[in-house]
Ligand binder design. Structure first.
Ligand code: NI
Length: 174
């Protein structure tokens, strides 16, 4: 399957609310998941959401083993997540640096809930339910935001903490 083009910020398709998947284990859904995985890996992404390749469905993939874009990141198990529901498990919010394949070359410091529960399904319709924290929780919040039409700059509290990765000083992004 092909590596797909990733839509960039400014494209109105990134601002839509994605539709729920209502039939699982179809050839169309498997093909979409394959394209998401291949496109994510080809771009060294930590995650990718279907709207980023122009498909308006509630499907995300994510996972971090060793990723050159996130060299110090903790491991996040590779996951295909369809129709996700997130529930914060604490009011605690932590700011951390994020990038996004739809905003190439940029980074921003984004507040996210530190602990949450997420549920949903894999592409076969098997239920997924996890309680996570830290970077795993951050990645899930970033990817599911794409399904609600939200790109991370909307979450940045102080736009001084937003800029080009190759310009931001390492002390600031540590
Ligand atoms: Ni993103």
């Amino acid at each position: 399957m092909p590596i797909r083009d990733i839509l960039r910020m400014g494209d109105a398709r990134l601002l839509q609310v994605a539709e729920k998947v209502d039939v699982f284990d179809t050839s169309e859904l498997h093909a979409l998941v394959t394209d998401l995985i291949e496109t994510m890996h080809a771009n060294d992404g930590a995650g990718l959401a279907a709207p980023q390749i122009g498909v308006n469905l509630q499907v995300v993939v994510f996972g971090v083993e060793s990723n050159p874009r996130y060299p110090d990141a903790e491991v996040v198990p590779f996951t295909v997540l369809v129709n996700p529901v997130l529930t914060a498990l604490s009011e605690e919010v932590e700011e951390g640096w994020e990038g996004c394949l739809s905003l190439p070359g940029l980074r921003g410091k984004v507040p996210r809930h530190t602990r949450l529960r997420y549920s949903g399904f894999d592409q076969f319709g098997q239920a997924i339910a996890r309680e996570v924290s830290g970077f795993h929780a951050r990645v899930v919040q970033h990817e599911t935001d794409h399904l609600w039409g939200i790109l991370y700059p909307r979450r940045i509290r102080d736009l001084r903490n937003f800029g080009f990765s190759d310009v931001l000083s390492p002390e600031r992004t540590a």
